[in-house]
Design a protein around this ligand. Structure first.
Ligand code: GDP
Length: 309
């Protein structure tokens, strides 16, 4: 299956949760009987372990045969490296901006990082239904912000979509057509590159988020950089310096579907995965096949090195 991995950058209240809910519903990835209260990007229950923010689960929607994984970004970055790690899972960013408030300084840090990493932005000016909206002005402000952050020409040539997430539509103009969100899906497919896929090398993944589940224990989430993750296989954990943290077995492999995580038999290179079964592995560690010797880093993305056999 084709995959796109994107991050959403948005100031609080600009409509991220509403937008993701609508994308889930319109793509049919949101079951009718599913509790709307269980919202995709609700990050109210942030936990911390060793000073690392644990973010909300990625959301995954399917549109015309392509899986679009959407990851949340922290509103601000207190900890070095966290934003880079999150952005290392994606190939594009969607910057969501309120049509009245405009781009907020709090999102500048993450936007700057995304641009510096060469990610192509898609801008969604949301809440164009507001009487006080100033959609085109906000679009210009975003252009000025990107220029000030040294965006390259391709990044400055960003597509802008205008949306009323609350009313379930997005369009190329603030006036509409007010039909649906199709243009957002289409723009993600056309503007965000597919992830680099390498299914032939042994499994490797940089752990980006960590959470503690009462049944499964430690769950580490990341993008499968190389190879194929499978349950009941042995993985080695390397820290940033390449030291062995532990070796263990994947007791549960989870893929992302809609708002949920579902057990999977395999998750392939390019896709996001959550892995349980390890007891010491943490954020920024590399989970990999025992024959890999070199850890992955968020930036630059190093290919894994094989041990001599
Ligand atoms: P988040 O903090 O970015 O996740 O924002 P939410 O999705 O929770 O939305 C914040 C508020 O803005 C809620 O009251 C939404 O109903 C409202 N909202 C979201 N999208 C729109 C929109 O397109 N138009 C208007 N007028 N309000 C919206």
């Amino acid at each position: 299956m084709d995959i796109r991995n994107i991050a959403i950058i948005a100031h609080v209240d600009h409509g991220k949760t509403t937008l993701v809910d609508v994308l889930l519903r319109q793509s049919g990835s949101f079951r009718e009987n599913q509790q709307v209260a269980e919202r995709a990007m609700d990050s109210g229950e942030l936990e911390r372990e060793r000073g690392i923010t644990i973010l909300a689960k990625p959301t995954s929607v399917e549109w015309k045969g392509t899986r679009i994984n959407i990851v949340d970004t922290p509103g601000h970055a207190d900890f070095g490296g966290e934003v880079e790690r999150i952005l290392s899972m994606v190939d594009g960013v969607l910057l969501l901006v309120d049509a009245a408030e405009g781009a907020m300084p709090q999102t500048k840090f993450v936007t700057a990082k995304a641009l510096k990493l060469g990610l192509r932005p898609i801008v969604v000016v949301n809440k164009v239904d507001k009487p006080e909206q100033r959609a085109y002005e906000v679009q210009d402000e975003v252009f000025d912000l990107f220029s000030a952050l040294d965006a390259n020409d391709q990044q400055l040539d960003f597509p802008t979509l205008f949306a009323s997430a609350k009313n379930g539509w997005a369009a190329a103009e603030p006036e509409g057509p007010r039909d649906n969100m199709d243009v957002i899906f289409e723009t993600i497919l056309s503007h965000v590159p597919a992830p680099t896929i390498d299914e032939d090398s042994p499994f490797s993944m940089l752990a980006v988020t960590l959470e503690s589940d009462p049944f499964l224990g430690r769950i580490l989430t990341g993008r499968v950089a190389t190879g194929i993750a499978k349950p009941n296989t042995t993985v080695k954990v390397l820290n940033r310096e390449g030291k062995l943290v532990e070796q263990g077995r994947i007791s549960k492999l989870l893929a992302f579907r809609g708002l949920e995580r579902v057990p999977a038999d395999e998750v392939r290179s390019g896709d996001l995965v959550a892995i349980a079964g390890l007891t010491k592995a943490t954020v920024a560690d590399t989970l990999c096949d025992p024959q890999i010797e070199t850890p992955l880093h968020a930036q630059p993305v190093d290919p894994p090195t094989l041990a001599m056999t």
